[in-house]
Write a protein that binds this ligand. Structure first.
Ligand code: ADP
Ligand code: MG
Length: 594
């Protein structure tokens, strides 16, 4: 066996495997270069999802002829002054993108510095393809054609132009959010897709996320230990079936970091169903020496020096904001009440559709035509009502005292409480509401430090593999706070002495295994609390007043009063509203009186 040095073309091609996975990743590198060059305007053109053409033109600093030649060499970069790899503020720093892309496509680089003439260099799959003068305004224009045409192994993994285009659009959106001070245009197959003028960050975010966030979003601005988190997140009731609207940034760098995604998820835990996802654009600013950006060739992942501080800031900050809004969240929907009345019945989450699209479509003016999904729902409800409308009514004689959720007037279909408030008609989903109250009661008990634990008559030995035992052992103190006492019992076992009483009869082995897996996945004790929250939510669901149970008026009123004083009672544990209100104005509109 003989060892040899690889020729540069091959080295570049190997690097391209990491840096240029698909058109969107090449596009991302080119736009990043434009931004690093100080561009104020970036124009992107694509053909066939970038498979045929990716072109990025900027009005940045441009390059001289010599700089252009150098830029196409591997590990040549202008971005590491004094080689300070730990203080990187530019998008690029590895000097790999241009030579990598040029090794797997036809690349035309044109550039012009202010006050000089433009120049053009072509590279065809790593081989020089000629150079000469070029006419262009000051700045740089890079054209990439036939990406992976001659690399069948890569070509195979590309998807349809449509989905490659979707990935390109996503890449541009992320960078456009990261740098709202720069103007962007995007053309695909000759059609203008995006025109973004320089703007303040919230305006840019609003332009790129659904404008529904004006009504269904919560602004975030919190700080801790030298870090700051800003941005916008959606109310739990405004969610999606796919996690494609989550834009996360660390020091203005778009990232797809597991820790951050996990923290976002953690903040919504038990406010949103497992298979639904919030919308978010979050910007984390953190001192440069607290984060390492050089951990991934595509630079989309980062490593934090103190991950739990970051997680704490995010979960704590978002949770606080969500709690502040929780009382208002359902009431807020009133803005579109007549439409809400007809459209915002919780859609069945499973079953119909691909689960994309938003839960609400509150911007129709007239009563919308029921969708097929909704017809199913309506039919189901009609079936519920069929035998004989199971409604009972209380005579509305006494004056209405001013309770926000009003006074119970009756129950419909043994499922919904109808109440009269000073300002309108309130309908409560009794099961959803009660489930929420049970969970919040359990949580309050825990926070008050009064977690009831149930000692096991005979301590139970649970066998687990060693890393899992290590994790549980490290978290033992937190677990004990939550009522779960477990101690190390040899290298591959834990001894369980007590479990949270709220769990009732539990499969301790399963609980420990789940907890260990969860710690491994998310890390840190934060997730343990979340985990127990989740378990608690499940129990709450089982222990709560079922739909279909007839309630007395006193019971109904008690439920309403408890809802009024319980945090987060506007949503059930799955993020659906627990009550809706139809204001007097809206009722008048429904009857054409206004
Ligand atoms: N659009 C551009 N405008 C000006 N200079 C550029 C542009 N694109 C690339 N360059 C120069 O080429 C160098 C190499 O680019 P690249 O291969 O992407 O590596 P990196 O961005 O990591 O430095 C950059 O450091 C920069 O000096
Ligand atoms: Mg670069």
């Amino acid at each position: 066996m003989s060892i040899r040095r690889l020729p540069p073309e091959l080295i570049n091609r190997i690097a391209a495997g990491e840096v240029v996975e698909r058109p969107a990743s090449a596009l991302k590198e080119l736009v990043e270069n434009a931004l690093d060059a100080g561009a104020t305007q970036v124009a992107v053109r694509l053909h066939a999802g970038g498979l045929e053409l990716i072109e990025v033109a900027d009005d940045g600093c441009g390059m001289t002829r010599d700089e252009m030649r150098l830029s196409l060499e591997r590990h040549a970069t202008s971005k590491l002054p004094a080689d300070a790899i730990d203080r990187i503020t530019s998008f690029g720093f590895r000097g790999e993108a241009l030579p990598s892309i040029a090794s797997v496509a036809r690349l035309t680089l044109e550039s012009r510095v202010r006050g000089a003439d433009g120049w053009r260099i072509e590279i065809d799959h790593g081989m020089p393809g000629g150079e000469g003068p070029a006419a262009l305004p000051p700045g740089t224009r890079v054209k990439v054609e036939g990406l992976f045409d001659k690399v069948p192994a890569r070509r195979k993994f590309l998807r349809s132009p449509r989905s490659e285009y979707a990935a390109c659009l996503d890449a541009v959106k992320r960078l456009a959010m990261a740098r709202s001070d720069v103007g962007f245009t995007l053309d695909h197959d000759g059609r203008r897709i995006l025109t973004l003028a320089p703007a303040e960050p919230p305006v840019r975010v609003a332009e790129l996320l659904t404008h529904e966030l004006d009504r269904h979003g919560i602004g975030i601005d919190c700080a801790r230990e030298g870090m700051r988190l800003t941005g916008v997140i959606s109310l739990p009731t405004f969610n999606r079936g796919v996690a494609d609207q989550q834009f996360l940034f660390v020091n203005s760098r778009p990232v797809k970091d597991r820790l951050l995604v996990g923290a976002l998820r953690g903040a919504y835990r038990d406010l949103i169903a497992r298979d639904r996802h919030p919308i978010a654009a979050l910007f984390l600013e953190i001192p440069l020496d607290e984060v390492d950006v050089n951990v991934h060739p595509a630079k989309t992942e980062v490593r934090f020096r103190d991950p739990s501080a970051v997680r704490g800031l995010i979960i704590g900050g978002l949770r606080h904001a969500l709690d502040e809004e929780s009382g208002r969240s359902a009431a807020r929907e009133q803005a579109a009440a007549p439409v809400m009345w007809t459209t915002s019945l919780p859609l069945p989450h499973s079953g119909g559709g691909r689960g994309e699209g938003l839960s609400y479509s509150p911007d129709g003016q007239a009563l919308p035509n029921p969708s097929r999904e909704r017809e199913g729902l309506v039919a189901e409800r009609q079936r519920l009502f069929e035998p004989a409308p199971a409604a009972r009514a209380e005579p509305a004689v006494e004056p209405v005292p001013s309770f926000p959720l009003g006074v119970a007037r009756g129950q419909v279909a043994a499922t919904y409480i109808v109440a009269e408030a000073e300002d309108g008609l309130v309908i409560v989903d009794q099961h959803a509401a009660h489930e929420r109250l049970v969970l919040e009661r359990m949580r309050a008990a825990r926070e008050g430090g009064a977690v009831a634990r149930q000692a096991l008559l005979i301590p139970e030995v649970v066998e687990l593999d060693e890393p899992d035992c290590d994790r549980l052992e490290a978290a033992a103190a937190d677990l004990a706070d939550l009522g779960l006492e477990a101690e190390r019992f040899g290298p591959t076992a834990m001894l369980v002495r007590s479990v949270p009483a709220a769990l009732g009869k539990t499969d301790a082995a399963k609980l420990l295994a789940d907890l260990a897996a969860e710690i491994a996945e998310l890390g840190g004790p934060m997730s343990l609390r979340d985990k127990l929250d989740h378990v608690a939510a499940t129990i709450a669901c089982h222990g709560s007043v079922r739909a279909g149970r007839v309630l007395s008026v006193a019971e109904m009123n008690a439920l309403l009063r408890e809802m009024e004083v319980t945090p987060r009672s506007g949503q059930c544990n799955h993020g659906r509203p627990t009550w809706v209100k139809l204001g007097h104005g809206e009722i008048e509109k429904l009857f054409g009186r206004r």
